[in-house]
Design a protein around this ligand. Structure first.
Ligand SMILES: CC(C)CCC[C@@H](C)[C@H]1CC[C@H]2[C@@H]3CC=C4C[C@@H](O)CC[C@]4(C)[C@H]3CC[C@]12C
Length: 383
C-alpha cells in the first residue's frame, strides 16, 4: 500500500482502492485473520443487521466510507466519465455509461473495511473540472449522499446510498440500496442505476465479491442495460467476477447488444445484428496508476471533512499503533453517541448541510443537493 500523509495528523490521505493493492495485500494483514473475524461475529446471530457493530481498528482501512465512495468518482486512470458525454448517439453513450458504472465497483481487500462515517461528516475533492461532495446524511440507518458536477463537461451525478450489511454465518452480505444518477446535461439524458451486492465471503474461501443484478436506464432514449454480476460458485472458481448482460430498447424489449466479461479484467459488447465486438471497460487501464489526492489549500479544509475527522485514527493505523487507534476511535464514537443523545433529549432532528433528504417505503432514501454546482475543493487529485 502506498502511503502518503502529513507529519501533523490534520489531514490524512491514502492511496485509492485499486487492483494492484488487492494483488499485493497478502502480507498486509496479520495471520489468523479469519479466526479473528469469526470470533468478532461469534455473538452475532445469522441474519442480523451489522450497522451497529463497533469494529476494532485492526479491521479498518485507514479511510472512511465517504472516501471509498468518492474515490470511485474522482480516482480513475483514464477519463471514462467525460467519454460518456461525447458518444455520437444514445447507444454509444449508454455503452460508455455501462463501462463507467463498472469502474465504480472497486475491489475491497479481504479483512478490512472503511470507517462508518459520523453524522454530518463530509468529503470534498476536485479533479480537474470535476468537483465531488459527499455527506453522511443519516447515521442510523447509514445513508450517504453524493453530488458531483463538472461544468466544463456538462456532467452531474447524484447518488444516495443506504448499505444494509447482514451476517449469514459463512458470509457478510451488504445490499447497497439507493440509486445512482448520471446526467449528461448537454444531451438531456439521465441515466439511473443501482448497485450490486457486496459479499464478503468467510468460508470456505475468504474473498470479496460483487454479486447481483444491475439495471441502467435512460428514459429519454428509451434504452436500458441489464447486467448480472456473478460470484464464484461454491465449489469452483468458474464464472468468478464475471458480468453478463444486454442492452435493449425498454418499450419493445428488443435486444441490441450483448454484454460479456469480468469486472476486474475486461468487458465487451457485441452488436446483435453486425456481430461487431467493442471493449467498453478495461479494469487495468482504469484502475491502475491512480494518484492519491493531495491538500491544495489546508486553511479551508472543513472540520467535518472525513480526512480530518479520522486523521488520528488513520495515522495510528498507518503506524500500527493499535492502542492509540482504539483510543482515538473510541473518542469519536463516544462523541457521536453523546450528540445523538443530546438531540434526542431536545427532540431535535438533524438537518444535513448540503442535501435535502427524504425516505419513503416505495422509493427508499433519496437526496437532492441544495446547490446547483459543487464548488472547487481544497483537496485535489493531481492530474
Ligand atoms: C460491520 C461490517 C463487518 C460490515 C460493514 C459493511 C461495510 C464495510 C460496507 C457496506 C457498503 C460497502 C460499500 C459499498 C460500495 C462501495 C463502492 C466500491 O466501489 C468501493 C467500496 C464501497 C465504498 C463499499 C465499502 C464497504 C461498505 C461500506
Amino acid at each position: 500500500m502506498v502511503i502518503e500523509g502529513e507529519v501533523e495528523p490534520r489531514v490524512i490521505l491514502t492511496a485509492p482502492l485499486s487492483l494492484e493493492e488487492e494483488s499485493n495485500d497478502a502480507d498486509y494483514r496479520a495471520p489468523n485473520l479469519l479466526q479473528r473475524i469469526l470470533s468478532l461475529f461469534s455473538s452475532v446471530r445469522p441474519g442480523s443487521d451489522l450497522t451497529r457493530i463497533q469494529l476494532p481498528p485492526l479491521f479498518n482501512l485507514p479511510k472512511s466510507q465517504l472516501q471509498c465512495y468518492g474515490e470511485t468518482v474522482y480516482c480513475i486512470n483514464n477519463d471514462m466519465l467525460s467519454k460518456c458525454g461525447k458518444g455520437e448517439n444514445s447507444l454509444e453513450r449508454l455503452k460508455s455509461v455501462v463501462g463507467w458504472s463498472i469502474s465504480t465497483l472497486r475491489p475491497l481487500m479481504f479483512g478490512v473495511v472503511p470507517y462508518n462515517p459520523i453524522l454530518g461528516e463530509t468529503h470534498h475533492v476536485s479533479r480537474a473540472s470535476l468537483n465531488v461532495l459527499l455527506e453522511q446524511v443519516s447515521h442510523h440507518p447509514p445513508v450517504t449522499a453524493l453530488h458531483a458536477t463538472d461544468e466544463k463537461e456538462n456532467i452531474e451525478m447524484i447518488w444516495c446510498h443506504n448499505p444494509v450489511p447482514k451476517f449469514y454465518g459463512t458470509k457478510i452480505e451488504t445490499a447497497v440500496h439507493g440509486k445512482k444518477e448520471l446526467r449528461l446535461l448537454n444531451k438531456q439524458e439521465n441515466y439511473v442505476m443501482n448497485s450490486p451486492k457486496l459479499v464478503i465471503k468467510l468460508l470456505p474461501y475468504p474473498g470479496v465479491d460483487w454479486i447481483g443484478n444491475v439495471t441502467i436506464k435512460c428514459e429519454e432514449s428509451d434504452l436500458q442495460a441489464n447486467l448480472y454480476y456473478q460470484g464464484a460458485s461454491f465449489l469452483s472458481n468458474k464464472g468468478y467476477r464475471s458480468i453478463k448482460g444486454k442492452i435493449f430498447v425498454t418499450s419493445t424489449s428488443k435486444t441490441i447488444c450483448e454484454i460479456n466479461g469480468h469486472w476486474d479484467r475486461s468487458v465487451t459488447t457485441k452488436d446483435i445484428t453486425t456481430g461487431k465486438v467493442n471493449e467498453i471497460y478495461n479494469a487495468k487501464e482504469s484502475l491502475s496508476g491512480m494518484k492519491t489526492p493531495i491538500v491544495k489549500d489546508p486553511k479551508v479544509v472543513m472540520p467535518s471533512e472525513s480526512t480530518v475527522v479520522w486523521a488520528e485514527v488513520s495515522q495510528s493505523i498507518l503506524t500500527r499503533n493499535w492502542d492509540k487507534a482504539k483510543q482515538s476511535k473510541a473518542i469519536i464514537e463516544e462523541k457521536e453517541r453523546e450528540f445523538a443523545k443530546e438531540r434526542k433529549s431536545k427532540s431535535e432532528i438533524w438537518i444535513p448541510k448540503h442535501f435535502r433528504v427524504s425516505y419513503s417505503k416505495e422509493l427508499g432514501w433519496e437526496s437532492t443537493p441544495n446547490e446547483r454546482w459543487v464548488p472547487q475543493a481544497p483537496i485535489i487529485v493531481p492530474t
